[in-house]
Design a protein around this ligand. Sequence first.
Ligand SMILES: Nc1ncnc2c1ncn2[C@@H]1O[C@H](COP(=O)(O)OP(=O)(O)OP(=O)(O)O)[C@@H](O)[C@H]1O
Ligand SMILES: [Mg+2]
Length: 348
Amino acid sequence: MLSLWRREGAGFGDEGQAIHCTRGCHGTPESWRDNVARLVEGNPSMMTAVAAVLAAPLIGLAENDGFGIHFFEQSSSGKTTTANVASSLYGNPDALRLTWYGTALGLANEASAHNDALMPLDEVGQGADPHSVSQSTYALFNGVGKLQGAKEGGNRDLKRWRTIAISTGEMDMEIFIATSGRKVKAGQLVRLLNIPLCKAVCFHEHANGKQHADALKAAYQQHYGAAGRAWVKYLADHQQDAVAAVRTAEASWRSLIPANYGEQVHRVAALEAALLLGRIMTGWDEQGCRDAIQHSYNAWVNLFGTGNKEYEQIIEQAEAFLSAYGISRFAPLDYNEKYTQSCRIPRL
Ligand SMILES: Nc1ncnc2c1ncn2[C@@H]1O[C@H](COP(=O)(O)OP(=O)(O)OP(=O)(O)O)[C@@H](O)[C@H]1O
Ligand SMILES: [Mg+2]
């Protein structure tokens, strides 16, 4: 079994599952940097996606939980390009790509096969059932499989994993799940960060977004896999430095993020630490890395809001209930029999 950071019940891709976490290798770490990473620099969403893939083997070292980023935007805005650029760190993006189309249990099995690794989940809208996506988001980032009895008695081994997912789609995940008539639970959105994709703005030597996207595609089809292997080796050789970088980033974000954001400190800090350490792979400018994470964080906050999501949902539900049933279930404090009678629906 490929085992990255040994932990009870988990390894780098579990036995019994196809190990997709690293697929194929073409080119060198340097050719990936000069051809793929170079064209990504200056584009905040693409850089954040690269941060997420760099963070995938790092969060296990730092004992942080898994999480996902969902990039959404309309068609032909570069969502798949962004996800592919990021997964090219570890292998051939086309071979690595997974889909939301499946059951929660199926995705949990994939997650177990992608322990300490990346799960690229492209295009949530395509055929995926919002209800199973809703269940999957919960299962995926909980990091623990379903307890199941074994045929021969007792229980099957409980699967555990820690993974980072990059998801894409045309809709915000909350809206997508709501299309099934379900409400997203606060805990799900805390684990899967909804970020509106920022289209590429820095085209380098290319004339426009289309040419830039096409050049990136040509680049990641030729250069993939080698940089990811070098990155994992670097982390293995510098474990203490890597954990220290995450702790430093956490301390700095903790002073910037309101206390009621709680867990988000670990996620944004892991992304920033990964991007800063990962400069040995990308060659990117330090301030540019910090700016990219700040840009994506701001985009997420803009959407998610600054309040406590759990409290907000309780208040929203209470308000919705009162607006729907108000006078039929509650009488105004200054009780007036005539007023409530006039509001009753007359008997048919
Ligand atoms: N920033 C951009 N500006 C202009 N055109 C772009 C841009 N990004 C991508 N494209 C064009 O759109 C095509 C599809 O790109 P990509 O698959 O990344 O988009 P997508 O957002 O995933 O679209 P879809 O919703 O259709 O899956 C590219 O081949 C390119 O021609
Ligand atoms: Mg696409």
